[in-house]
Design a protein. Structure first.
Length: 303
């Protein structure tokens, strides 16, 4: 009787042979249109299930989630007060169904953020079979870089959000009491997170354009000043506070990341030039190329 390790090894060999046979039958991994649609449906269903489960968990801890999301608002100094202690310093609901819809909305946002590795993997698993090995390698690198950059931008937005609230609510004319609805605050909250996250993604876009062969270092060098100016303009647009400190922090970090992206573009262009170097690259325009010696003819093979 065969031992258990031998049986496992035999099953593995059979599985590998089956996979190789399928690859020989369909080496490019092509599928009919209906198979693609079914695959897309399955991926969407799996991602939706993950988000729904995340929403259920978030609803169980809805009080803690709401406290976390409203902390920037309660930390902002409004009319000299902080802490969400009195009317005018607290968020309000203007509709009977607002408390219910706000809990669902908060749960959805939190579930979308927490389960992003799952639904992003489902998206990647649907796209990956159509990519070449080199494209998959760069896609893994971009994915592993984009998520931390976006999270870093969102964290910075969360830390400086109260400055923007203090400025915006301070614009109310004398005698006007600001009453902020919860729905309005959630729009501001998500807008800040997405805006700061996009600014942090700009250097990655530069790298992607270079890898795709669209942006070279020579072109980047010519447009560096314009790019840096545009970064600070975007940083000022996504930051509603006129406080120069916040804009300089956001813009300074984005510029530092852009300079790091420039280093990548520079070395990647050098590497690409070495790989595609022509044997006649060092010749002058009026210089003749050397005549290569003909390969010796084998006397035995010439007969």
């Amino acid at each position: 009787m065969a031992s258990k390790p031998s049986a496992i090894r035999g099953a593995r060999i059979v599985g590998e042979r089956y996979i190789r046979s399928k690859q020989r039958e369909n080496p490019e991994g092509r599928m009919p249109l209906m198979d693609h649609l079914r695959e897309l449906r399955n991926r969407i269903v799996k991602a939706a299930i993950a988000i729904v489960v995340g929403m259920i968990v978030a609803l169980v801890f809805s009080d803690q989630s709401w406290k976390f999301l409203t902390n920037p608002f309660c930390s902002a100094r409004i009319e000299g007060n902080t802490g969400c202690t009195k009317v005018g310093d607290t968020l309000i609901a203007t509709n009977i169904f607002d408390p219910l819809t706000m809990r669902i909305e908060v749960a959805f946002y939190i579930a979308l953020i927490v389960t992003c590795p799952i639904w992003f993997y489902q998206l990647w698993a649907f796209i990956a079979p159509g990519l070449y090995a080199r494209e998959k390698k760069w896609a893994y690198i971009f994915t592993g870089t984009a998520v931390p950059l976006f999270v870093a931008g969102a964290v910075l937005a969360y830390e400086v959000m109260d400055r923007g609230l203090y400025y915006l609510l301070g614009l109310a004319p004398h005698g006007v009491e600001p009453f902020i609805s919860a729905d309005s605050y959630m729009s501001y909250f998500m807008g800040m997170l997405v805006g700061f996250g996009i600014v942090f993604e700009l250097p990655l876009i530069i790298v992607m354009l270079n890898v795709a062969g669209i942006l070279t270092h020579e072109r980047f060098r010519k447009w560096r000043r314009v790019m840096i100016f545009a970064i600070f303009v975007i940083a000022g647009m996504v930051n509603p506070s006129p406080d120069p400190t916040t804009m300089l922090i956001l813009g300074g970090i984005a510029v530092a990341l852009t300079e790091a992206a420039e280093l990548f573009v520079f070395f990647n262009d050098k590497r690409r030039a070495r790989l595609n170097r022509s044997p006649y690259a060092d010749l002058a325009d009026d210089e003749l190329s050397p005549i290569e010696d003909p390969e010796p003819v084998d006397a035995d093979n010439s007969r």
